[in-house]
Design a protein around this ligand. Sequence first.
Ligand code: C2E
Ligand code: CA
Ligand code: CA
Length: 280
Amino acid sequence: MKSEGRNNFSFFDEELSRDASSRLQLISDMRAALSRKEFELHYQPVFDAKTSRPCGVEALVRWRHPVMGLMSPDRFIWLAEETGLMEPLGQWILEQACLDAVSWPDNIKVAVNLSVAQFRSGTLFDVILCALVESGLSPERLELEITESLLLQNKESHSVIIQQLKNIGVTIVLDDFGTGYASLSYLTMFPFDKIKIDKSFTQGLSSRVDCAAVVASVLSLARGLDIAVTVEGVETKEQFELLRAAGVNQVQGYLFGRPSPMADLNFPALERMGRAEAAA
Ligand code: C2E
Ligand code: CA
Ligand code: CA
């Protein structure tokens, strides 16, 4: 029994150290990745629900790891946050997204996700201002997505930065709405222009009464506060029809397009797709 226990322990120990060493390897790879230009931004289209025309894109970061291939942000953002790498990575993301967006039609906005590490840095406002000035992108075309969980701490200092950004004309979006806490009070505490309802509600839309009820009540609340509503994770025509009928402003999801590299973004084709959708 005793030796079995020891064996188990040593096995666990080995797993643990392998985990720790692969984590260290990943951290060291990540430190080099920015200068090696291994990060890329993919863009997912956002459509106006009423007109079915494309009105924006969301920038979603990927890491083209030399050995592990294309990595999704869920696999490395948390590590970047823990190791202080999110600040320089976040700055690159903002600069690149603004540079890319200036070449798109004027009616296309670009949404960038912000991390709590960027808020803590103390330089977020300056970084955003510089990205706008250096790219020449109009602030009205930049949207910043902030999650509820980010707002749980340091409400006062975050609120000052958010107000500063709003003052220069940038759009502030509350992302992943419905997945966190105290959502409703946040709506009056921070000056949001838009709410993005989390995809978990979209997925339950046609089968779960509670999901449809949440979407309907968020819509009526948002209307009262003069806040626009985007719904993400729209994968089926049925979901889209339900959302459009409910009065959602914008939709995003695989039904309209997956995130793709900038080179594959084709706005005239997206316009055509929207027109066909509206006519159908
Ligand atoms: P998010 O901000 O909620 O982004 C939407 C996620 O849903 C994206 O995953 C997108 O690819 C996925 N998605 C889009 N349409 C559909 C759909 O119809 N069905 C389903 N099932 N999924 C859909 P992705 O790109 O893997 O990003 C995951 C998360 O990583 C993002 O969630 C965001 O929180 C974070 N993230 C991505 N890019 C950045 C970034 O540049 N900075 C920061 N701080 N976080 C980022
Ligand atoms: Ca987002
Ligand atoms: Ca989300």
